[in-house]
Ligand binder design. Structure first.
Ligand code: FAD
Ligand code: NAD
Length: 492
């Protein structure tokens, strides 16, 4: 600090004043320190809170009961936002956890461990103001007439009772969708899907099995070639992201640990349309296809799979010729179709107007067409929106507001319920080699970006969308672990 009486040179007008600069730096340091202390404090508070749930109110027979089917994006977003002071809630799902699907492709090669993207349902239900009942079971039938559902314990271990019927006042159907196979023989038998935890586990195991079998003593060259041919069917985001993760695994790990085999490993992506990622801008489609070309991922567009056998698929290529493609691992990602439960319900409600083969028809308040007190959200419903987590989440949140409105109306308040409005926040996909593509709404238009910076953005978006601090911590830890130590190549 310059003090009066001392012989201090007058400051030059344009030169920076060191004292001011230091004090600014000190202020910035203080802000950073306070921010870090705040973040650690908040993290610790959050962890403590999560591990010490408060007492919950019991079920109240005077309140209406909502039965919620599913524990995915739509169901959890609904449950998290719902005020359980107003309702009793029963959740029915064969999965006792929520799965963060956008990072599932990373689990097929071990960049991220599966448990890092799973959130136990109890971590959510135990924090609601009223006790939420959870039955780990599958809903096998819905009877809209008697307002009851049939449920069955489909897990390996069952008690004396494994089938029963439960009544509902309101039913929220959020059962997601099944894998589309177009009824093609062999798909369910020989291919791997990529939707659930067990799919990612199966892919990871089979991939390493193919690599080890290719390295078996005196393996024939034709078999080495077949076993190391990884074929992905479907050039939507699931197929593209899986091929990208597989490429990274090959480059970062298999080349190190299997130098004699890695250069023989081939990845082929088969897509019926003229290009991959049809929902992205043409600029990003080109960027993805050229990145794949650089990464030696063969993309066969205008090529449709017609037959699936245990060791080969038959495709009709762009010239309408039937060609056989031998494979070691086949990943099937050709989109969604309704689950058997949704199909059964649609058949029951046919007279009421359920006439779409693509899913449950709902109105702009999420009410199932032709049924009373029944709502559907997420991939099980067929709407003008794409079947994405983004849509399911917004529908879930919206539906909790509908129920809030219904509760207020019941109390005699004058409450208006507005129809659902979707806000598109953009599309993102990982394309390998630390690059991602993003189509983002900007002002009244759209920005298309791709590259390494987009990849950093992709990672930060997904981290910020995770439902818990615990999952964020685990995923960041996995990313660091796989960068430092490489991915695990053991076969489980
Ligand atoms: P789901 O999340 O599938 O949940 C359905 C729930 O219903 C599950 O808990 C299931 O166990 C349960 N269930 C099933 N049958 C029954 C039954 N009979 N009775 C009771 N419960 C039942 N979307 C994006 O927006 N961004 C992404 O980056 C993205 N990445 C993805 C990556 C992959 C690999 C996949 C497969 C999908 C991705 N999606 C993404 C799409 C997104 O995951 C789905 O749109 C979303 O999961 C739909 O939510 P949902 O609640 O309808 O269904
Ligand atoms: P999709 O429906 O988006 O794509 C499936 C692709 O398979 C289509 O391009 C189709 O032409 C192709 N196909 C169908 N039959 C074929 C055949 N016989 N032979 C060759 N190709 C065939 O499916 P998806 O990628 O599983 O995605 C499902 C939903 O989940 C979509 O709504 C998607 O947007 C969403 N999702 C989003 C992300 C993301 O945002 N990063 C990631 C994964 C999934």
């Amino acid at each position: 600090m310059a003090t009066a009486g001392k012989n201090v040179a007058p400051p030059v007008a344009s030169a920076p004043q060191p004292q001011k600069r230091w004090s600014r730096l000190r202020a910035l340091k203080r802000v950073v320190q306070l921010g870090a202390v705040g973040a650690v404090g908040y993290g610790a508070y959050d962890i403590y809170n999560k591990r010490h749930p408060a007492e919950q109110k019991p079920f109240d027979p005077t309140k209406r009961t909502i039965v919620l089917l599913g524990s995915g994006w739509g169901a959890i977003s609904f449950l998290k936002s719902l005020n359980t002071d107003d309702y009793n809630v029963i959740v029915v799902s064969p999965r006792n956890y929520f799965l963060f699907t956008p990072l599932l492709p990373s689990c097929t090669v071990g960049t991220i461990e599966l448990r890092s993207i799973m959130e136990p349902l109890r971590f959510i239900t135990r924090h609601k103001s009223r006790n939420v009942k959870f039955y780990e079971s599958e809903c096998t039938d819905i009877d809209p007439e008697s307002k009851t559902i049939s449920i069955a314990d489909v897990s390996d271990i069952k008690g004396a009772v494994s089938n029963t019927t439960i009544p509902y006042d309101y039913l929220v159907v959020a059962v997601g969708a099944d894998n589309q196979t177009f009824g093609m023989a062999g798909v369910r038998e020989y291919a791997c899907f990529l939707k659930e935890v067990w799919d990612a586990q199966k892919i990871r195991t089979r991939l390493m099995d193919c690599v080890e079998s290719a390295g078996f003593a005196s393996q024939t060259p034709e078999e080495v070639e077949r076993l190391l041919h990884m074929v992905v069917v479907g050039g939507g985001p699931t197929g593209v992201e899986y091929a990208a993760e597989l490429h990274d695994f090959l480059k970062d790990d298999l080349e190190v640990w299997y130098p004699e085999l890695a250069d023989k490993l081939k990845i082929t992506l088969v897509e019926a349309l003229p290009n991959v990622l049809p929902m992205f801008s043409s600029q990003l489609i080109q960027y993805t296809e050229s990145t794949f070309k650089q990464n030696k991922i063969e993309v066969l567009t205008k090529t449709m799979v017609k037959e699936v056998a245990d060791k080969e698929i038959k495709v009709m290529d762009a010239n309408k010729n039937m060609v056989s493609i031998p494979y070691g691992l086949l990943v099937w990602a050709t989109g969604n179709c309704p689950r058997p439960l949704a199909r059964k319900l649609m058949a029951r409600l046919k007279e009421g107007g359920q006439n779409s083969p693509r899913g449950l028809l709902i109105d702009e308040y999420m009410r199932v067409k032709g049924a009373q007190d029944m709502y559907a959200i997420g991939d099980c419903a067929f709407t003008k929106y794409a079947p994405t987590a983004q849509v399911a989440t917004q529908q879930g949140k919206y539906l909790s507001r509908v129920f809030d409105g219904l509760a207020r109306i019941e109390e005699g308040q004058n409450k208006k319920i507005h129809p659902f409005e979707y806000t598109h926040q953009g599309s993102l996909a990982y394309i390998g080699s630390d690059r991602a593509v993003a189509d983002l709404p900007f002002l009244n238009g759209n920005v298309s970006v791709g590259g390494v910076a987009t990849y950093v953005f992709w990672r930060s978006v997904y981290i910020s969308h995770m439902f818990s601090f615990r999952n964020r911590f685990l995923v960041i830890g996995d990313w660091m672990k796989s960068k430092v130590f490489g991915r695990d190549v053991s076969r489980e």
